[in-house]
Write a protein that binds this ligand. Structure first.
Ligand SMILES: *Cc1c(COP(=O)(O)O)cnc(C)c1O
Length: 440
C-alpha cells in the first residue's frame, strides 16, 4: 500500500483513494491530509534523532486539526503551543499535559493561567516581564511553574527574513543580560522552577551549521547556570527543519543529530525538539478547480477557486509550492517539457499577491480541471482566512482506503453567525469621567 500523494494510471491518489473521487463527493476547494504520510513524517524524525531519545513536540501552529493532533498524540508526540487556543486544542486532542511546552512572546494572563492549571511540562519564557506574570499567577494558585528560558542565540539561520527568529534584535527570546536577571529571579522565587533552556532560531533551515552554532552557545550558558546551582534538565532546541518545496537537497537530519550528540556529550539532560513543517508539510494537499483561463500581457493566467486565502505562503514569503493537475499523464517530476507552457496560477482574491504559482510550466488547462497544490499540510489551513467573504474549505483525512471529514466546510451562515447589533452600556467610571472632562 502506498501512502501520501502519488500519481497512478494518469491520476493523483491520496494513499489508496483517487483525489478526483474525493472531490466528486466533497467539492472544491479542500484540504486532504494523509495519515500515512503524517506517521512517516513523525517516524523519520524519531529515527534520525533516536540516539538522543528526544521528546518531539509537534508545533501546533503548523497544523492544528484535532484529528492530526490526535494521530500524533497516539504515537507519543508532545506539542509546542503558542497560545491558549492551541493549548486547548492539544488538550482536547488527548495530549498529555506533561508533554506540552508553551512558547510565544505575547502570553496573556488568562493563557498563562490555563497552562498552569493544566500542569504543562514548561513555559518557554521570552521576557522578564512575562516571567513576573508567571510568578504572580503561579503564586496565586500555590503552584510551581516550570520554566525554560528562550535564549536568543544571535545566529543567522540563512532563511527568509520573515521566518528567522534567533538573530540579534529579533522580537523572540531573551538577551544575555535578561537571562542572568531571569535566572536570579527564579532562584529567589518559590513559584518558579528553572528547568531548562530553549532556542528556536527560525524555519526552513537546510544546514546543520546554524543549529550547531546555537547549540554551542546554549551549552556554554547551560554549563554556567548548572555551575551556579540551577537544576537544568530540559534542553529544547526548537524546530525549523527545512522541507524542500520543489528541488534541492534536504536538511541532513542524521548529520544534525550526530552534531548534537557530539556537542551534548555526557551531559545529563532531556532533549526536546519542536518540529512542525518537517512532520506535516508533505502530508497535505490543497485542491482547487480551474474557473477561468485567460491571457494577460501575453501570459497565460489560470484562475482557480483557491488561492492566498487557503495557502498564503507564496504571497507572504514568495514560497514555491508544486502545482499540478489532478489528472495528468505523468507526475510533475517526469513530465516532458514539450507539452508544457508557462502559466500564472492565481486565486479569486482581489489582491495582486494572490498568486499560487508564477510562470510555472504546466500542461494545457481548461475550466473545470482540478489542480493540486502540494506540501500544503503545514502552514496552510492554520493560516487560512475568510478574506473576500470565502468560507473556509473542509479538511479530509485519508488513511489507506478510509476517508474521514475532520473539519466540515464552513457555510455562509457560519460566516455571519457572530455578527450582531448589541448595544453596550459602559459603566460611568474614571475613564468615562476623564473623557468627559477632556471634552469640556
Ligand atoms: C514555529 C515554531 C516551531 C516550528 O517550526 P517548523 O519550521 O514548523 O518546524 C517550533 N518552535 C517554535 C517556538 C516555533 O515558533
Amino acid at each position: 500500500m502506498r501512502t501520501g500523494f502519488h500519481y497512478r494510471d494518469g491520476q493523483l491518489f491520496a494513499d489508496e483513494l483517487p483525489v478526483a473521487s474525493i472531490v466528486e463527493r466533497v467539492g472544491t476547494p479542500l484540504y486532504i491530509y494523509s495519515a500515512g504520510a503524517l506517521r512517516e513524517g513523525h517516524e523519520r524524525l524519531a529515527r534520525a534523532f533516536a540516539a538522543l531519545d528526544p521528546l518531539l513536540c509537534f508545533a501546533v501552529k503548523a497544523n492544528a486539526n484535532l484529528a492530526v493532533l490526535r494521530l500524533l498524540a497516539d504515537r507519543g508526540a508532545g506539542f509546542d503551543v503558542v497560545s491558549g487556543g492551541e493549548l486547548a486544542r492539544a488538550l482536547r486532542a488527548g495530549a498529555a499535559p506533561d508533554r506540552i511546552v508553551f512558547a510565544g512572546v505575547g502570553k496573556r494572563d488568562d493563557e498563562i493561567a490555563a497552562a498552569l492549571e493544566a500542569g504543562i511540562l514548561c513555559f518557554n519564557v521570552e521576557s522578564v516581564s512575562e516571567l513576573e506574570r508567571i510568578e504572580a499567577l503561579a503564586t496565586a494558585r500555590s503552584v510551581r511553574a516550570r520554566l525554560a528560558l528562550r535564549v536568543n542565540p544571535e545566529v543567522d539561520p540563512r532563511t527568509h527574513a520573515h521566518i528567522a527568529t534567533g538573530t540579534r534584535g529579533a522580537k523572540f527570546g531573551l538577551s544575555r543580560a535578561a537571562i542572568a536577571r531571569a535566572a536570579e529571579r527564579c532562584r529567589a522565587s518559590e513559584a518558579l522552577e528553572l528547568v531548562g533552556l530553549h532556542a528556536h532560531i527560525g524555519s526552513q533551515i537546510f544546514e546543520p551549521a546554524p543549529y550547531l552554532d546555537a547549540l554551542e552557545r546554549l551549552l556554554a550558558l547551560w554549563d554556567a547556570l548548572r555551575a551556579d546551582g540551577h537544576p537544568l534538565r530540559l534542553l529544547n532546541l526548537g524546530g525549523g527543519f527545512g522541507v524542500r518545496y520543489g528541488e534541492g537537497p534536504p536538511l541532513d537530519l542524521e548529520a544534525l543529530a550526530r552534531g548534537y550528540a557530539e556537542r551534548i556529550g555526557q551531559r545529563a539532560l532531556r532533549l526536546v525538539l519542536e518540529p512542525g513543517r518537517s512532520i506535516a508539510a508533505r502530508a497535505g494537499l490543497l485542491v482547487g478547480r480551474v474557473l477561468h483561463v485567460k491571457r494577460s500581457g501575453g501570459r497565460r493566467v489560470v484562475v482557480t477557486d483557491t488561492g492566498m486565502h487557503h495557502l498564503i505562503r507564496p504571497a507572504l514569503y514568495g514560497a514555491y509550492h508544486t502545482v499540478w493537475p489532478v489528472r495528468a499523464d505523468s507526475p510533475p517530476e517526469s513530465a516532458g517539457s514539450a507539452a508544457l507552457e508557462p502559466a500564472d496560477v492565481v486565486g479569486p482574491i482581489c489582491e495582486s499577491a494572490d498568486v499560487l504559482a508564477r510562470e510555472r510550466p504546466l500542461p494545457p488547462l481548461a475550466r473545470g480541471d482540478l489542480l493540486a497544490c502540494f506540501e500544503a499540510g503545514a502552514y496552510a489551513a492554520t493560516m487560512a482566512s475568510t478574506y473576500n467573504g470565502h468560507p473556509l474549505p473542509p479538511e479530509l483525512l485519508v488513511d489507506g482506503e478510509r476517508l474521514r471529514c475532520v473539519r466540515r466546510r464552513q457555510r455562509l451562515e457560519d460566516l455571519l453567525a457572530l455578527e450582531c447589533d448589541d448595544e453596550i452600556a459602559l459603566q460611568p467610571g474614571p475613564s468615562a469621567a476623564a473623557a468627559a472632562q477632556a471634552r469640556s
